[in-house]
Design a protein around this ligand. Structure first.
Ligand code: APR
Length: 231
């Protein structure tokens, strides 16, 4: 039984990390064009560094919640379970998940500004703009900015294409190509969504079993059900 978990900002909301498009979301407070596009990085790299230093400080102070822990339990008891996330925090890993595919980067790392996958770990919360990667280029946040390629998307599509069950947690399904992962799940795959809101389910609405609960409540319930059935 191949279970693939696909998460967005909602899985970390109850850990105190803001989502992007909810009422008090990050994109209500900051303009994407100023801090999360390739042009913003070229125009004002210090502002981007400051923005992601603040995100990193929040992420390091946050703790995994019951949803992250339940997903890790699923991986531990059902071999082959994979986690794909749009999130840049490391709460899945700190909850015990392994081999997490981060589609939009990782806040705990910096990368070369000439090689999109050449990432190195950052100790602490603060990047100092001007430090250089071993390849000599300026270090930058290891984040996929809008307008940049998503290097691990093909890998995520391959994973999704083998799913018997796709568990989607806490994403508005607004951002592509990430949201198109649902299209890569086999026709016969079960799609379970845990989200208190109403994501853009599009053509999948009739296939999706929507559990309209917060992640910390809905995910442990679903995981207990899956463990009882398949562990
Ligand atoms: N439990 C589960 N889901 C929740 C919770 C919660 N406690 N609180 C909010 N949500 C849901 C919202 O209903 C919404 O569907 O989380 C989702 C958050 O949607 P977005 O803010 O759009 O976040 P996400 O879908 O992850 O955004 C995708 O956009 O800005 C980019 O790179 C960024 O990875 C991000 C991408």
């Amino acid at each position: 039984m191949k279970i693939v978990v696909f998460t967005g900002a909602g899985v970390s909301a109850e850990s105190g990390l803001g989502t992007f498009r909810d009422a008090d979301g990050l994109w209500e407070k900051y303009r994407i064009e100023d801090v999360c596009t390739h042009e913003a990085w070229l125009r004002n790299p210090q502002l981007c560094v400051d923005f992601y230093n603040a995100r990193r400080r929040d992420a390091l102070a946050a703790q995994p919640n019951a949803a992250h822990l339940a997903i890790a339990r699923l991986q531990q008891h059902i071999p082959g379970t994979e986690v794909i996330t749009q999130n840049i925090d490391d709460l899945h890993e700190r909850a015990g998940s392994t081999n997490v595919t981060h589609l939009h980067g990782e806040i705990t790392k910096l990368r070369s500004s000439v090689n999109e996958t050449a990432a190195i770990p950052l100790d602490g919360w603060e990047q100092h703009y001007g430090d250089r990667h071993p390849d000599g280029s300026l270090l930058r946040p290891y984040i996929v900015f809008f307008g940049e390629g998503v290097p691990y998307f093909p890998q995520a599509c391959d994973i999704a294409s083998h799913a018997d069950i796709l568990l989607v947690v806490g994403t508005s399904l607004n951002v592509y190509p990430a949201a198109s992962l649902l299209a890569y799940a086999p026709e016969k795959a079960q799609i379970i969504l845990v989200d208190p809101g109403m994501p853009e389910m599009g053509p999948y609405r009739d296939r999706i079993r929507h559990i309209r609960k917060p992640a910390s409540v809905g995910v442990p319930e679903v995981v207990n059900e899956l463990l009882a059935a398949y562990a």
